[in-house]
Design a protein around this ligand. Structure first.
Ligand code: ACO
Length: 307
């Protein structure tokens, strides 16, 4: 059994902060932010929370996939910015969706979180334990950002993305995943504090580890980089994506990006991007996609999916 994505959804709150808006908050400039990151604006949740954004993205994914909420057997939510520690975000989402049959839990692997949740869903489906799984990445990072720190506040944004997986006999899936707690201090956030990051170290880690784990995945599946139709990377920094394309020797067109609009939405970035790709009609049955995520932990990995 393999989990096939039958529905996608995404939501970003209507309020956003442009780079020019941030020029009034910290000592920065639109030019610096665009050149160093590729980001132009980020959405900010004012009325929304991680729960409400997750529910909106999930409703859309279920509707697109024509899946009744009561048919969902498992809800996995990846988030580092829950509204409450207890109950878990997945249970609150379950309540609002009316997905009364679903088992629910949250998972935290920072910006690799959606990927880890997706792998967890695939593992449950492969084992035969569950057949219909809702996987959500949702983040209200604006509340974890130190708005006086120009090194970090320009990077992050709020939003949610969701996919629905159903178990099918045919399809292709594989994964690689890694963690290195020894390097955890590069990117931290206490429960009572704000995000702190050694940007250069995280950058170096990302441009080395992402191509490595993609190569590992391709080798496992006996595929070449040119066999992959799209690489759907966690959207942290345009320069990270560009460096990965060079190391893999793959044209930039096969690395869709939307960080200009959203910034880094951590767990939500891959499903938001995937939903946009689907809405644009560029995903065709049988296409091979590689998802790749990286972030605090340090944690990173890649997954192969057949559309
Ligand atoms: N505006 C203007 N100047 C700035 C800003 C800003 N917003 N931020 C930093 N600078 C300055 C620095 O102070 C520094 O000045 P100095 O030379 O006088 O000391 C100069 O710009 C260069 O700073 P660097 O840190 O070397 O800039 P860099 O090119 O590395 O870009 C960035 C910084 C964008 C943070 C980059 O390192 C990066 O993207 N790193 C990865 C971050 C990331 O992806 N994090 C998320 C991981 S996912 C997760 O788990 C949450």
């Amino acid at each position: 059994m393999v989990g096939r994505i039958c529905g996608t959804g995404a939501y970003a709150p209507p309020v956003f902060a442009s780079n020019e808006d941030l020029e009034n908050v910290v000592d920065t400039s639109d030019t610096w932010i665009r050149e160093r990151t590729g980001i132009a604006r980020r959405h900010i949740a004012v009325e929304d929370t991680a729960v409400t954004m997750a529910v909106k993205a999930a409703r859309q994914a279920l509707a697109n996939g024509k899946i009744d909420p009561e048919a969902v057997e498992l809800i996995l939510v990846s988030t580092i910015s829950p509204e409450r520690v207890l109950p878990c975000t997945a249970c609150e989402v379950q309540k609002q969706l009316g997905a009364v049959q679903a088992v629910c839990f949250d998972l935290n692997a920072a910006c690799a979180g959606f990927l880890y949740a997706y792998n967890t869903a695939q593992a449950y489906i492969r084992s035969g334990m569950y057949k219909t799984v809702l996987v959500i990445g949702t983040e209200q990072l604006s509340k974890l950002v130190d708005w006086t720190d120009r090194n970090t506040c320009i990077l992050f944004g709020d939003g949610a993305g969701a996919v629905v997986l159903t178990g099918e006999e045919n399809g292709r899936y594989n994964m690689t995943a890694h963690s290195d707690g020894r390097k955890g201090e590069a990117l931290t956030c206490r429960t009572d504090g704000k995000i702190k990051m050694d940007g250069r170290e995280v950058f170096r880690f990302a441009v080395k580890s992402v191509p490595e784990c993609i190569r590992e995945l391709l080798e496992r599946e006996q595929l070449l980089a040119e066999d992959i139709d799209y690489f759907v990377l966690h959207q942290a920094n345009r320069r990270i994506v560009e460096a990965v394309t060079k190391r893999l020797n793959v044209p930039l067109e096969r690395f869709p990006m939307n960080l200009e609009e959203y910034g880094n939405t951590s767990s939500a970035s891959i499903p938001i991007l995937l939903h946009e790709m689907k809405q644009k009609g560029i995903l065709k049955p049988g296409m091979k996609l590689v998802f790749a995520g990286f972030g605090a932990g340090l944690s990173w990995g890649a997954s192969l999916t057949e559309w």
